[in-house]
Design a protein around this ligand. Structure first.
Ligand SMILES: *Cc1c(COP(=O)(O)O)cnc(C)c1O
Length: 473
């Protein structure tokens, strides 16, 4: 072997061994280990003048693993955070070793073919029309960008304008309507697209942001037939609730507007007949997106965008240069997505779907539905916990509410408890504001999560709450 081959093999072996130990320890490891700051502080200083070599550099890196959270483990309930399945892990490591540029067929027949198959399989998994186009992305934010870029292109064409070619100058503001569930990343996408995040009109009937359908319909009628975009939300982050997608699809049809559905995690409700009614009608939308690094449990970063008319993506994200391929038999993903060069994310998606199949993913979703109901029951039976919302899917919205604490002290108490919970590190749960109240919102999407893990959420919140309460009295 050459020196380069030796060094590469030694680097890969070292990481394989240490990463395997990390993964094997996930069940016991606290989500936030002790000594995070010390571990992170190992890194820094000026750029080294002399190189240490691959193995020494990696040993130094591995020495700081305590600065990592156990986010692929079973008790990371913050945000909406998946883990990495065994097949996805292997395929993702292979992706790095093969280092394919999946932007085009000529650069990587493997990456391009697997992406087309992965997109086709995902459409089957989510029961979306086979004739739709789609592509992998870096996450739901980028997928929202892609879906809304397609919507903007369509909207421009309705005004006789090719926005991809000519831009927005001189056009009116693009009307965007949604409920209070609209995700911040959709607003970010609209900011990037030159539509503006404050352009969105939200129609809510209550403080949770649930849709006011008659008001939205009246606004559409007020547009007098002008083209517009409706953003439907399939799975909002506070309590896992849904906009009525079927009703939005009816309105979109009636008023001739574009329906974009953000199903970052909620689209996975399609996988079980128990939850599929929540997202009925999504196949009638014009663009639909979901995340890979959430409920599919592939590693960061991965999302999906599905578009009824993929030519619209090409009109925004297409490009041409003399040195680049023009027509290819497979889709040229670098011309359908924001990046040109791109990681072959399809390997992990393909491998995990091949490993578990439709039945495996359906079983995963159903197990998580059960776990969410179990946690809801733990909350309901505890006299010092209060559930704030129904649990239609996989998020349980609740707060600490010991008897006798006045309402106006509960937000501060729950905020302090939220900080203590993260510092404690046994379970990781984020807080939010739900209907004006500070609340916990554990989200269950990790394939490793078991009953004892969700039981621990309720137990640790109560355990940490008690001394906090005693101190404030
Ligand atoms: C997580 C999430 C997003 C953003 O996804 P990223 O993968 O973080 O970019 C968008 N919409 C919803 C509903 C989400 O839950």
């Amino acid at each position: 072997m050459t020196g380069a081959a030796d060094e590469t093999a030694a680097a890969a072996r070292l990481v394989y061994e240490e990463a395997s130990a990390f993964l094997a320890g996930l069940d016991e490891r606290p989500v936030l280990p002790a000594g995070v700051d010390e571990a992170a502080d190992r890194f820094g200083g000026p750029l080294p003048e002399e190189g240490a070599g691959a193995v020494a550099a990696l040993e130094e890196l591995l020495g700081g693993l305590d600065a990592a959270t156990a986010s692929p483990g079973p008790r990371f309930f913050h945000f909406v955070t998946g883990g990495v399945t065994p097949a996805a892990l292997g395929a993702d490591w292979l992706t790095t070793a093969l280092d394919q540029n999946a932007f085009s067929q000529v650069a990587s027949p493997l990456g391009t073919r697997l992406e087309r198959v992965a997109v086709d399989w995902l459409k089957e998994l989510f029961a979306l029309p086979a004739e739709w186009g789609g592509a992998l992305s870096t996450g739901a934010t980028t997928a929202n960008l892609m879906g809304l870029a397609a919507a903007r292109q369509w909207w421009g064409e309705r005004h006789g304008r090719d926005v991809g070619a000519e831009g927005l100058a001189g056009l009116p503001a693009m009307p965007v309507l949604s409920s209070g569930f609209v995700h911040a990343s959709a607003l970010k996408a609209l900011a990037v697209l030159g539509i503006g995040r404050e352009t969105v009109q939200t129609f809510s009937r209550d403080a949770a942001g649930r849709i006011d359908l008659p008001a939205l319909e009246a606004a559409l009628r007020g547009l007098g037939g002008a083209p517009a975009v409706v953003v439907g939300n399939a799975g909002e982050v506070n309590a896992g609730e849904f906009d009525p997608i079927d009703a939005l699809a009816d309105l979109a049809e009636e008023h001739g507007v574009w329906l974009h559905v953000d199903g970052a995690f909620g689209l996975f409700a399609r996988l079980s007949p128990r939850s599929a009614p929540l997202v009925a009608g999504v196949e009638r939308a014009h663009s639909v997106i979901a995340d890979g690094h959430k409920w599919l449990n592939v590693p960061y970063d991965c999302g999906f965008a599905f578009v009824r008319d993929p030519d619209l993506l090409a009109k925004v994200f297409g490009l041409a240069a003399a040195y680049l391929p023009s027509e290819e038999p497979e889709p040229t993903y670098g011309y359908l997505t924001p990046e040109l060069s791109q990681r072959a994310r399809s390997l992990a998606v393909w491998a995990t779907l091949r490993a578990w199949g439709r039945a495996g993913y359906r079983a995963l979703v159903e197990r998580h539905l059960d776990l969410a109901q179990r946690l809801a029951a733990r909350v309901d039976e505890a006299e010092d916990l209060e559930r704030l919302a129904d649990v239609p899917l996989n998020i349980v919205c609740f707060r600490y509410r010991p008897p006798g604490v006045p309402e106006d002290e509960l937000d501060a108490l729950n905020a302090r408890l939220g900080a203590d919970l993260l510092a404690d590190g046994r379970v990781y749960v984020g807080t939010t504001t739900f209907e004006g109240r500070t609340a916990f919102r554990p989200a269950i999407v990790n394939w490793r999560t078991q009953e004892e893990d969700v039981d621990l959420v309720a137990a640790v919140v109560r355990e940490l709450g008690a001394p906090l309460l005693a101190r404030t009295k």
